[in-house]
Design a protein around this ligand. Structure first.
Ligand code: COA
Length: 389
């Protein structure tokens, strides 16, 4: 009998601040309907000057270690596309902050917003090789586009940490997967830039092409039929994209694309992304968190996952919700992570957006802003200094 491997626990974290889209619309003159309805976003998380992908990742992961200990964790994979170093893996800082043993392998993965799905699948493979081990998978990103660009409305920040192991308490990950790669330039960030470049229309088209490609391969690999899924979690650069993607999938499969059918299939999966904004690698797993936290009993139900990373690589795979999963959720903590954010006005957001760590190699303390458990205290000799608050 094949092993049951999947997501044993899941925890999210997001930034210290939040900018409502009403404030962005008031600044740039956009009709608020464009944001609330057209792209399906209400607000976006903004990180404090002393937060980054490391502090978000550690904040998301620490509750997993508190609940399960670290004895079985021998691998930490951190997926990000807002990397802070070209050589050192951000997960090494996280490993130290959350107190993992030295007998751990740590690595960083990148392929735009798809990276965390690669991490999850690699983790399943590692656990299959040695079922005694668990893998800590973390998706952590700060999404940042140029001020006054079309992408500005689709920023955000979050991390999701997942403990992957045998006999998971939440979701069993199934074989097979449908995979798809196409060399396109829809979104990218050259090494010399702090902000991403995006061709929005190209990106929507490339995403929809990937939906078809992954589903075709998933079907050819012997996957489930559409009707076997109770819900679909999509990567959400903005939540309207999930609607576009599911409508496209239904259309591709020759099914009715009635908007109520689309909304029913997406269920609660857009609730966290709608108020957090784009969190790149974490976005798909925020959709899962929102679904598990809010849906009526999903025991034994199949969930479809569509992971898309610009450039582009995509994967469609299935998970089955495990009996008793509701006893292991962190719904209250997730809601707290979202409601505890302090609202900033447009000027405050702009100042945070323009904040950069000095690059002169000197000793610089960062302003103390975060009220989270970890902070980026400063930089000295080009080395980032992290502390527990
Ligand atoms: N009321 C309701 N809807 C409105 C509206 C209003 N007042 N004004 C505009 N809209 C709708 C538009 O019709 C459009 O809907 P559609 O996509 O269904 O046609 C939607 O709002 C967006 O309008 P658009 O003019 O296309 O906006 P934009 O040029 O500012 O671009 C994005 C929007 C999402 C493409 C842009 O923010 C972007 O590129 N974001 C980054 C996306 C990304 O990260 N991609 C990479 C990862 S997948």
């Amino acid at each position: 009998m094949s092993l049951s491997i999947g997501i044993h626990d899941l925890s999210l974290a997001t930034g210290e601040f939040v900018l409502p889209h009403t404030a962005l619309a008031a600044h740039n003159g956009a009709d608020i309907g464009k944001y609330h309805v057209g792209i399906g976003q209400e607000s976006m998380s903004v990180t404090a000057a002393d937060e980054d992908i490391v502090t978000l990742a550690a904040t998301a992961a620490a509750p997993l270690i508190a609940r399960h200990g670290s004895d079985r964790i021998r691998t930490l994979i951190l997926a990000t596309e807002s990397s802070i170093d070209q050589a050192k893996a951000a997960g090494v800082y996280v490993h130290s902050l959350i107190g993992l043993p030295s007998a751990t392998r740590v690595v960083e993965l990148k392929q735009a917003c798809y990276g965390a799905t690669a991490a999850l699948q690699f983790a399943v493979g590692l656990v299959r090789r040695d079922p005694a081990q668990q893998v800590l998978v973390i998706a952590s990103d700060v999404s940042r586009y140029d001020l006054d660009s079309p992408g500005e409305a689709t920023q955000g920040a979050a991390a999701v940490a997942m403990l992957v192991g045998v006999n998971p308490a939440l979701v069993r990950i199934e074989d097979p997967s449908g995979v798809f790669t196409a060399d396109v330039m829809d979104f990218w960030r050259p090494n010399y830039r702090d902000t991403a470049l995006v061709d929005g229309q190209e990106s929507v088209g490339a995403y929809l092409q990937a939906v078809e490609g992954t589903w075709k391969d998933y079907t050819e690999q012997g996957g489930r039929t559409l009707e076997e899924f109770a819900a679909f979690c999509y990567h959400q650069p903005f939540t309207k994209m999930a609607h576009k993607a599911h409508r496209h999938l239904l259309n591709y499969c020759g099914r009715d694309t009635d908007p109520t059918a689309v909304t029913a299939a997406l269920g609660h999966t857009t609730a966290y992304n709608r108020v957090i904004g784009n969190s790149y690698t974490a976005s798909l797993y925020l959709a899962l968190a929102a679904l598990l936290d809010q849906a009526d009993d999903l025991t034994g139900q199949n969930i479809g996952f569509l992971s898309y990373g610009s450039g582009s690589v995509a994967e469609f795979f299935a998970g089955t919700v495990v009996a008793g999963y509701q006893d292991h959720l962190r719904t209250a903590a997730h809601r707290e992570a979202i409601t505890r954010r302090t609202e900033v006005d447009y000027a405050g957001y702009r100042a945070l957006h323009e904040h950069r760590l000095p690059a002169d190699g000197g000793d610089h303390a960062t302003p103390a802003q975060t009220t989270g458990p970890y902070r980026l205290a400063g930089i000295s000799g080009h080395k980032r200094l992290y502390t527990t608050r």
